[in-house]
Design a protein around this ligand. Structure first.
Ligand code: GLY
Length: 422
């Protein structure tokens, strides 16, 4: 079979790597991909939102199915577009993608299906949002979320009433996030550890992947500004069997029930972001796709052929598939351009990648390009260095040994990825 992967980050490189090792796949295409992906798969120079061109390419090249990485084309309806042309595609339809693309929809879905989440109110009018915040305790923390997609920048953690009012004004009046912030959710702040549960689903059945933990802040000890994620590890020891069974029963089964009741078509990956409220798991957010960098730690642990999973999802036969995982731990350390998530420079040559060897060690490319025949930096998050081992400490040590082999100017990474696990 031939497959097209849509996207250009470390997540898509990890997805391509699964297809490249699948016995069912003869050719992997990636649109638009990146420098590192171009060394393994055939790059297609079409943007993720150019549906007509993407579908045309799939038809012209007899590609059997398409896998969608990022949220933007899903929210724009790529699945509906491809299916209208009878093309097989893995991902939720546009209406189901609203679980990620509208925070208001997502919170109302949770309320309707009794899924534990922080108390909230939503607003489409600035004055009403500010009036509501007049009743907020002066020093009580709040979370203000833009309703729409904001490339990971749509959540403001606010220290109290005034901070929350400022966030509302910035989003709703000043439009700092464009139309994404025209409507907002204001919710109670929960302070607790977070877990990412990635779930394969065909809308009827589901299969939960090993739980992982992201590291959102740019510096060690969770300091500095939020990023797209500076590293991840899986399985996270916090996700005990008991906790996972509670999450399945009280959260994931209710989501699937909701998907069925609302007649949503969901054939893809559901990301359930959990925050622990004391000993109770609450949903922080849903995403309608694989998480990044979590996928760079989770997918390498997959034993089952990824193509079989994708086909079972597309054919709505996931319930009949036994999905197996390695009995190992995986740690992914993100190497970023110094200055990220703020201003950074790129175009710097990356050295040492050939020294990362062995099937338990990999370098997933996120922001790289090929320049004069050499690999160079081209983004904020540049690489995800993943290592696997039989215990978490060895996986951490191996990942950092590999990190030390790689270098580029202004390289920045956290030194404490997965430290929480031990
Ligand atoms: N790691 C968080 C996300 O993918 O949205």
């Amino acid at each position: 079979m031939k497959v097209l992967v849509i996207g250009s980050g470390g997540r898509e490189h990890a997805v391509c790597a699964q297809f490249l090792k699948s016995s069912k796949i003869s050719k992997v295409y990636c649109a638009p991909g990146n420098g590192g992906i171009s060394q393994a798969a055939e790059i297609v120079n079409i943007g993720v939102s150019d549906f007509n061109e993407l579908a045309g390419f799939v038809i012209e090249n007899n590609i059997d199915f398409t896998f969608v990485g990022p949220e933007v084309p899903l929210a724009q309806g790529i699945v509906d577009f491809f299916e209208a042309k009878n093309l097989k595609i893995v991902g939720p339809a546009q209406a189901a993608s609203r679980l990620e693309s509208s925070k208001i929809y997502s919170k109302e879905f949770m309320r309707k299906y009794d899924i534990p989440t922080a108390e909230y109110r939503n607003f489409s009018n600035t004055e009403e949002a500010l009036k509501f915040l007049d009743t907020w305790e002066e020093n009580k923390k709040a979370v203000v979320k833009a309703d729409g997609l904001a490339a990971g920048k749509g959540v403001y953690m606010c220290s109290g009433r005034q901070d929350a009012k400022d966030a509302v004004k910035q989003m709703m009046n000043d439009k700092v996030l464009g139309e994404a912030g025209s409507n907002v959710v204001i919710e109670e702040f929960i302070d607790g550890p977070e877990l990412s549960y990635l779930v394969f689903t065909d809308g009827e059945s589901f299969s939960v992947m090993p739980a992982s933990q992201d590291h959102k802040r740019v510096n060690d000890n969770d300091e500095g500004p939020n990023t797209g994620g500076m590293g991840a590890y899986a399985p996270a020891p916090l996700a005990t069997e008991k906790l996972t069974s509670i999450i399945k029963k009280d959260i994931i089964e209710r989501v699937i029930k909701g998907i069925k009741s609302e007649k949503l078509q969901y054939k893809g990956v559901l990301y359930v972001g959990i925050i622990m409220n004391g000993d109770k798991p609450y949903v922080l957010e849903f995403n309608c796709r694989f998480g990044d960098p979590e996928t760079q730690a989770v997918l390498p642990l997959l034993k089952t052929d990824f193509t079989d999973i994708c086909m079972a999802i597309v054919d709505k036969k996931l319930g009949g598939l036994q999905i197996e995982w390695e009995n190992k731990f995986a740690v992914c350390v993100v190497l970023a351009s110094g200055g990220y998530p703020g201003k950074y420079e790129s175009g710097y040559e990356i050295k040492g990648l050939d020294d990362i060897k062995g099937e338990d060690n990999m370098a997933f490319h996120a922001g790289t390009k090929i320049e004069d025949g050499k690999i160079a930096t081209s983004g904020g998050r540049v690489l995800g260095i993943t290592s696997m081992a039989g215990d978490i400490k060895s996986a951490i040590d191996k990942a950092y040994e590999n990190v030390k082999k790689v270098s580029f100017k202004n390289m920045h990474y956290r030194k404490d990825i997965a430290g929480k696990a031990i």
